[in-house]
Design a protein around this ligand. Sequence first.
Ligand SMILES: Cc1ncc(COP(=O)(O)O)c(C=O)c1O
Length: 374
Amino acid sequence: MALRALARVNLAAVERNCARLAATAAPAELCAVVKADGYGHGAAPAARAALAGGATRLAVATAGEATALRAAGIDAPLLVMGALSAEELAGAVAARADVAAWREGFVAALAATPGAEGVGVHVKLDTGMGRLGTRDPEEAARVARAAAEAPGLRLAGAMTHFATSDDDPAFVREQLAAFTPWAERLRAEHGDLLVHAANSAAALTEPAARFDLVRCGIAVYGLDPFHRDPADHGLEPALELHTYVAEVKRIAPGQSAGYGRRFVAREPGWLGTLPIGYGDGVRRGLTNNADVLVEGRRVPLVGTVSMDNITVDLGPGGREPVPRGAPAVVIGPQAGEAILAEEVATRLRTINYEVVCGISARVPREHHRDGAPA
Ligand SMILES: Cc1ncc(COP(=O)(O)O)c(C=O)c1O
């Protein structure tokens, strides 16, 4: 029996994507970014698959995400990349995660946190992202010194983050020109530390950005960091979003579908109701603005996306064009056709990241390996 909404996640695809990324990045290590519940794919299963595929480390954004991975029994080296308040810092320490730092006061607070012995500090230089990190290389060097000298702490890494690796390689090179000499100086001063900068887009296209480690998120899940077709980089989308046709009804000229009557039929035809909506992450911006696959056929989503339902135009004809219960796909392949997350993102004027992260907690995730139970 079909579920009203189901995200099917192929962990074998995650594993293959990671094998490909690891081979591309080698000799740099692959750190799989599994924040935001593994970009909506399920953090712990995605992390295990990434490690099986060749990732040697994991990264998350929050202390809570680190805690959840440890609770799931994952004990790979883990980096919390995000800002941490004092309470959150204690959580990250308890999860035996490394942390990112760019202020001396933060390093002092970390050193004073019970249980912080052995915690690795990755110093973050802001070379142009304008978000976390310090823009001042001298301050960043002082932070590194503080981490190296604080009893119990470990200076573990030197990092930065790119602002434009998906669309402006010239600015990536500017960021690299700021980062590389600073990181090399730190390495000369402190010896063994991991230098890292690249996200998926940079890891795939900018060899000079790979250093010791690449931090890949979107590509791990088989989504294209360049917003086109993941196949361009040999990536396989891991996630499919399924629903089914719960209701089929005739629609006559002048009759409408959904809130606000944003679709009014001009011809006699058939309407299908699919029990998935913005409460599941099918965004309201897809109102009259998406295709869905039903029995391998692209049909237009018509009318307003509701919280729990969408309606599709099943076309004209004298007989019901599809039976009630017919499987439908919002993201993914069906009988030779496919809807990529990138297509949905383009319709919404957003990025594939937001499409998959937006699939809500109400949607069960079913993990499998090429169709076999995971
Ligand atoms: C600091 C940092 N590194 C790496 C990543 C992974 O980026 P991507 O998903 O583009 O590979 C992110 C994600 O946004 C990030 O915030």
